[in-house]
Design a protein around this ligand. Structure first.
Ligand SMILES: NC(=O)C1=CN([C@@H]2O[C@H](COP(=O)(O)OP(=O)(O)OC[C@H]3O[C@@H](n4cnc5c(N)ncnc54)[C@H](OP(=O)(O)O)[C@@H]3O)[C@@H](O)[C@H]2O)C=CC1
Ligand SMILES: CCCCCCCCCCCCCCCC(=O)OCC(=O)COP(=O)(O)O
Length: 259
């Protein structure tokens, strides 16, 4: 009996592992298939995480709407994607662009109309754009606290609320927001940023609970540190740009040139 069991366990384990791998492959293929022709909006698509998302979703065949404040930078991303060779396996689409400043919430609703005009609806909204802040609370103007909140919190809220009714009407849509570990844990000298991400976490958690009945999905993504331009572009307590890594870069270059 033991020998029979012994003989049976090896093939059974191998078969199970094989089945699990097959399941994973099918799941991955289905996920990719699901993105074919889907209308995906990405804010902050000119740089960092947003640009990387654009590459991945474009390669999966999504119809992208790329957003940011600078048309030229967005157009550069569009050109990069158009020149990508995907071996013809997946049908890709040239992305549209919509340029607007998320911190001017009064402009967001007209931007949302422009977004909805591109393909008539939105399947996935990725609220990614954001800015960082570095400063001591004692030296930070309240206006800076407010500015960070406008971009990181009220901007995504306004855009989400402008797109949401069309998703509810279709009983379909996925809203994603890029928060941060700092949406869960606060660390010193990052008050405005951590506060904006905590607010983001709370708002989108509420939204998830409210729109589940319409079949809509809401995901809050909380990354740790990723090397992008975020730190360089951080605002400081007086509203000026931090640019810390540029200074580090310049001083290293200067040291090398002196040497
Ligand atoms: N990098 C990291 O370590 C982490 C980042 N995150 C989050 O990821 C998101 C993306 O950051 P990351 O890619 O790192 O940063 P980047 O600085 O590389 O990109 C930020 C993007 O946001 C856009 N943006 C900034 N301000 C505005 C505005 N007022 N209106 C419209 N667009 C704006 C920028 O576009 P443009 O300037 O052209 O308008 C740019 O495309 C942010 O929400 C950030 O908080 C979360 C955790 C870790
Ligand atoms: C047993 C004790 C455990 C204590 C754990 C404390 C862990 C604190 C971790 C804090 C991680 C923060 C990750 C932040 C991710 C993020 O949003 O990064 C971007 C920025 O913070 C903004 O960039 P900047 O470089 O300007 O800070």
């Amino acid at each position: 009996m033991e020998r029979v069991l012994g003989l049976g366990v090896g093939p059974l384990a191998a078969g199970t592992v094989g089945l699990l791998i097959l399941l994973k492959v099918i799941q991955r293929l289905r996920r990719k298939q699901n993105l074919q022709d889907k209308v995906v909006v990405i804010t902050g698509a000119s740089s960092g995480l947003g640009k990387e998302c654009a590459r991945v979703f474009h390669a999966a065949g999504a119809r992208l709407i790329l957003c940011g404040r600078d048309q030229k930078r967005l157009q550069d991303v569009v050109e990069e994607l158009r020149n990508k060779n995907n071996n013809g396996k997946i049908q890709t689409h040239t992305p549209c662009t919509v340029t607007f400043d998320l911190s001017s919430t009064s402009l967001v609703s007209s931007a949302a109309k422009e977004i909805l005009k591109c393909h008539g609806h939105v399947d996935v909204l990725i609220n990614n754009a954001g800015i960082s802040y570095r400063g001591n609370i004692l030296d930070t103007h309240v206006s800076v606290q407010r500015d960070v909140m406008e971009t990181n919190y009220f901007g995504p809220v306004a855009l989400t609320q402008a797109i949401l009714p069309s998703m509810v009407d279709r009983r379909s849509g996925h809203i994603v927001v890029i928060s941060s570990v700092q949406g869960k844990i606060s660390i010193p000298y990052r008050s405005a940023y951590a506060a904006s991400k905590h607010a983001t976490q709370a708002y989108f958690d509420c939204l998830r609970a409210e729109v589940d009945r319409f079949g809509l999905q809401v995901s809050v993504i909380s990354p740790g540190y990723i090397r992008t331009n975020l730190s360089i572009n951080a605002v400081t307590g007086d509203g000026s740009q931090y640019g810390g890594e540029i200074m580090l870069l310049l001083s290293t270059k200067l040291l090398f040139s002196l040497y």
